[in-house]
Write a protein that binds this ligand. Structure first.
Ligand code: A2P
Length: 281
């Protein structure tokens, strides 16, 4: 669970993370992060938009203090929300996050959504101004790596020639929704891809093809999906507030899908994705 992948700036990231989207109840957020750390997850993903940075940060600090762990043992990500794009706002959003989360540094800070032509006539420059602020934050040493989220290739193109290359792009990926064009673009440039809603918010779990594979490997459908993503060199961030599922989703290191079965999952038609793209009004 602690095995890591190198990022393009020579830091490294645990190859499975725990996602905290929609866990707004403060006690639930605190307890879920604690359950994830108990299960052995060493990578926690939050965001200002999730409104849980405070309990997530508190759970991490308490866990470090009550176990034989150091801050470096846990990889922590947060994100600047899409209302905070642009130079000044991004810098402010970061300060707010650091106040909430109460950690000395973040391992990864992401631009949560790109500026899009659908909402902003000057979207390309807005993305560049945001990225300039991200670069300054990175250089300050208070984040170990910077990246983006929900960027498609045309959004990435707006910042790719700038001083610092994004280390990560976190996008929606689930069976039927591999977003291959974006994944290929990122992987060719050494940008690590992370998957949000890796289980399609639970909607990906009752597909007959996946159920058959689960029976074949003696694993659950959730484990098959997460393994499929990991074998594509994608870091999945499954969310659950159910302790037994948090554990279940971590047991993906003791089997391997064959190339044939990978292709079977690749060929699944879209069915469980959210339908939320960065350019959709
Ligand atoms: P819950 O939090 O009630 O356990 P995603 O990560 O794709 O957004 O999916 C999260 C959703 O999938 C949540 O509703 C979560 O429910 C559910 N879920 C997460 N892991 C599992 C699992 N192993 N089996 C069944 N449902 C799961």
């Amino acid at each position: 669970l602690d095995s890591r992948i190198k990022l393009n700036n020579n830091t490294s990231i645990p190859c499975l993370g725990y996602g905290t989207y929609k866990i707004k109840d403060l006690d639930e957020a605190y307890n879920s992060v604690k359950s994830a750390l108990d299960a052995g997850y060493r990578h926690i993903d939050t965001a200002a938009f999730y409104e849980n940075e405070k309990p997530v940060g508190r759970a991490i600090n308490d866990y470090i203090n009550s176990h034989d762990l150091k801050r470096e043992d846990i990889f922590v990500t947060s994100k600047a929300w899409k209302t905070e794009l642009g130079y000044e706002k991004t810098l402010k959003a970061f300060e707010k996050t650091m106040e909430e989360i109460e950690l000395d540094y973040l391992d990864l800070y992401l631009v949560h959504w790109p500026a899009s032509y659908a909402f902003d006539d000057d979207w390309e420059n807005t993305n560049r101004a945001t990225w300039k602020a991200m670069t300054e934050i990175y250089k300050s040493g208070r984040v170990r790596a910077i990246g983006v989220s929900n960027f498609l290739t045309h959004h990435l193109d707006t910042i790719i020639d700038m001083e610092v290359m994004p280390a990560v792009n976190q996008i929606e990926i689930n069976p039927g929704f591999l977003q291959k064009e974006t994944v290929d673009y990122c992987q060719n440039k050494g940008i690590l891809v992370e998957a949000w809603s890796p289980l399609g918010r639970g909607k990906s779990l009752n597909h007959t093809v996946l159920e058959k594979l689960a029976a074949k490997y003696g694993k659950t459908v959730a484990q098959i999906i997460l393994r499929w993503e990991m074998q594509h060199d994608i870091v999945p961030l499954p969310k659950s507030t159910t302790p037994s599922r948090i554990v279940e989703n971590s047991k993906v290191f003791d089997f391997e899908l064959s190339a044939e079965d990978m292709a079977v999952i690749d060929a699944i038609e879209p069915y469980g994705n959210s339908g939320h793209g960065p350019d959709d009004k």
